[in-house]
Design a protein around this ligand. Structure first.
Ligand code: ATP
Length: 334
């Protein structure tokens, strides 16, 4: 249970067309991540699926049943927001049990289900606390608990981790992934975060201006981006793009090479350049190398590297990892 089919869905806000006709099929059990620049329609698409927003035209089906006219509360989906949306005056136990109480489920069954969910999310010791007494991560876990308790057909997450600090984000990311592994419930997840998209998704949907630019597994998008937009969007640091003479040598309008696919040497290599900013991350070093005829390139080197601003170095792109694009920005065969 939990397949979702979006057919020819459009969404207008007044004169503004946010989603032109869009088709997307999500298989049961998938973890689908919507990514794309701010304002591209990720949240709108999620809300259309949830039923929190009416489609202008087209249809949404869950498990093969058309739910376009079905109210949000009756679609069997659970939404987790970045703002948690917990009730401050209720305890954790009451917050998690709330959707069941609304559904008219008996007290004993609510108590049993809430206990099970609390165990799943390591919240057992906090059931009598109120949200105001908890950390951001714990609150988000309660919000997830409230979603899980309904045993929904799918979870819809709207940037659930963006209010958390960096280390907590990493923990919660792992927790959500682990939860998905265990429950195997379909999940749709909206994020700005590259790493979240790459690490959590079974399938990434890259959106631009309400249009799907590419759908695929994280590694498909990383290895075979269909166009310049996807190539530039997936991967961090970003892929380097080179035009002009050096691209023409590869029979392309633009070539792209990821920072991790450029070798660096102090002695010899394909292109000579001058070292700009050097960023030491400990595990990696990111160098910005100014290559004449190619512009500034970002190069990623594993570990520490003894180079300084202004040093002369040589860079060599891995010929097998060069991406070629035509003048319209579409990928050419390797
Ligand atoms: P972000 O990453 O910044 O959250 P997003 O990709 O989720 O952006 P949406 O929030 O879906 O984008 O918004 C898509 C477009 O629709 C934007 O141009 C936005 O201004 C517009 N929009 C969203 N909701 C409404 C609304 N209720 N009324 C009018 N315009 C809206």
């Amino acid at each position: 249970m939990g397949s979702i089919t979006i057919s020819k869905v459009t969404k207008h806000f007044g004169a503004l067309e946010v989603i032109p006709p869009l088709d997307l099929h999500i298989e049961e059990g998938e973890f689908v991540v919507f990514v794309g620049p701010s304002g591209c329609g990720k949240t709108t698409l999620l809300r259309l699926i949830a039923g929190l927003e009416d489609v202008t035209s087209g249809s949404v089906a869950i498990d093969g049943t058309d739910v376009t006219q079905v109210a949000a509360a009756r679609r069997g989906l659970a939404m987790v927001f970045q703002s948690y949306a917990l009730y401050p005056h209720m305890t954790v136990r009451e917050n998690i049990g709330f959707p069941l109480r609304m559904a008219g489920i008996g007290k004993a069954e609510i108590a049993r289900k809430v206990e099970t969910v609390a165990e799943t999310l390591n919240l057992t010791g906090h059931l009598d606390a109120r949200p105001g007494q908890m950390s951001g991560g714990q609150r988000q876990r309660v919000a997830i608990g409230r979603a899980i308790v309904r045993e929904p057909k799918a979870f819809l997450f709207d940037e659930p981790l963006s209010n958390l600090d960096a280390s907590l984000r990493v923990n919660m990311r792992l927790e959500i992934s682990e939860l998905h592994q265990r429950l195997q419930t379909t999940a749709i997840y909206v994020t700005h975060d590259q790493v979240e998209a790459m690490t959590m998704a079974t399938k990434i949907v890259v959106l631009r201006s309400g249009i799907i630019e590419q759908v695929g597994s994280p590694m498909e998008l990383y290895n075979q981006p269909r166009n310049l937009f996807v190539a530039g969007f997936i991967g961090s640091p970003k892929m380097n793009f080179i035009t002009g003479e050096k691209a023409a040598q590869h029979d392309a309008a633009t070539i792209g090479v990821r920072p991790e696919h450029i070798a660096l040497s102090k002695d010899a290599g394909a292109w000579q350049g001058a070292v700009g900013i050097v960023e030491h991350l400990g595990s990696d070093t990111f160098l910005h190398v100014n290559v004449s005829g190619a512009g500034p390139l970002t190069v990623r080197v594993a570990g520490e590297l003894a180079v300084n601003f202004g040093d002369t170095v040589f860079v060599t792109p891995d010929a097998n990892r060069i991406h070629r694009f035509d003048a319209a920005g579409n990928a050419l065969p390797r």
